[in-house]
Design a protein around this ligand. Structure first.
Ligand code: GUN
Length: 296
């Protein structure tokens, strides 16, 4: 068997095109364009790239955006004060604080300061909690993007055995909730593995759907999966590569070349899950502007 490739770039473009159309209609009705406020603290190179990608995507679909860049010496109190001002500002629909934050600022103090109705990342405990009780909420963009890929390719999830490797707040944990619950097209029997899991293969080998978000290059090898598995690789790891101009290349958490021979479907890295994250952020920002999830 050789797996069919899940084309995240293509599906992300379809999602963005649909958001673009909805934004046009929203504005044509006399509303102002949706507005996303991005907050970037410090000068972490990866965060600069990520926020740049997000704001470019916003412009592409007609969402207005601004990035407030703050010095990494800012205090938690000052940062929270700034966020409270954005909460009060009716011209701001979505607020995104790029993580990581400098180590002196507790991330969840900041996330909990964001009005959950503007939390387009879906990180606020109100949104996380509502996800886990099947209520309308902002859903974390990466796992929501994975669910969108299943939908697009009509990959069945219900009653399958899904195994998630990685239990982060942003990806693994909400991914497992979406896969298992009723309201996110889930209904899968779901296992969460993490760094404390004793024998990873014992779990991955039984997966009908395997989502890997562990941040370890080539963690998953062919002998760890069963024939016909659907593999979603959320990993984005830089590995040194002297043949590349940049001196590195991006690889996932899955040994793509060997695993693709056994899988029925697989996402590549890059071009798999990555583009979906940004597309789902656009979708969430539109939902925030329309107050679709939390009507007044
Ligand atoms: N840092 C890494 N991923 C993300 C994300 O999806 N949102 C935010 N705000 N920060 C991140």
């Amino acid at each position: 068997m050789s797996a069919e490739i899940i084309d995240g770039r293509k599906v992300a473009e379809l999602v963005r095109a649909s958001v673009r159309e909805d934004v046009d209609q929203w504005v044509a009705k006399g509303n102002r364009a949706p507005f996303l406020q991005v907050v970037l603290v410090g000068d972490d190179p990866a965060s600069i790239v990520y926020t740049g990608t997000k704001t470019k995507a916003c412009k592409d679909v007609g969402i207005d955006t601004n990035t407030l860049v703050l010095q990494d010496t800012i205090s938690a109190k000052e940062l929270k004060g700034i966020i409270k001002d954005f909460n009060q500002d009716d011209s701001v629909d979505g607020i995104l604080v790029q993580s990581p934050l400098p180590s002196h600022i507790p991330l969840y103090d900041v996330i909990e300061t964001i009005d959950f109705r503007k939390d387009v990342d879906g990180f606020h405990p109100m949104n996380v909690g509502r996800l886990s009780v099947d209520q309308p909420c902002f859903r974390s963009c990466t796992p929501a993007g994975v669910m969108e890929l299943f939908k697009h390719y009509s990959i069945p999830v219900k009653s399958k055995h899904a195994v998630v490797v990685g239990a982060s707040n942003i990806v693994g944990s909400p991914m497992a909730v979406m896969l298992s619950r009723e309201n996110s097209s889930g209904k899968a029997t779901t296992t969460i593995c993490h760094k404390y899991t004793r024998d990873l293969t014992q779990h991955t080998i039984n997966a009908d759907i395997l989502v890997v978000a562990a941040g370890q290059p080539h963690l998953i090898k062919a002998e760890m999966v069963k024939e016909g598995v659907v593999v979603i690789d959320v990993g984005i790891n830089r590995v040194a590569d002297e043949t590349s101009e940049k001196g590195y290349r991006l690889v996932g958490d899955v040994d793509f070349e060997s695993v693709r021979k056994k899988a029925s479907w697989i996402t590549p890295v890059p071009g798999g899950v990555g583009p979906m994250t940004v597309a789902m952020l656009m979708k969430n920002t539109l939902l925030a502007a329309k107050k679709s999830l939390y009507p007044e």
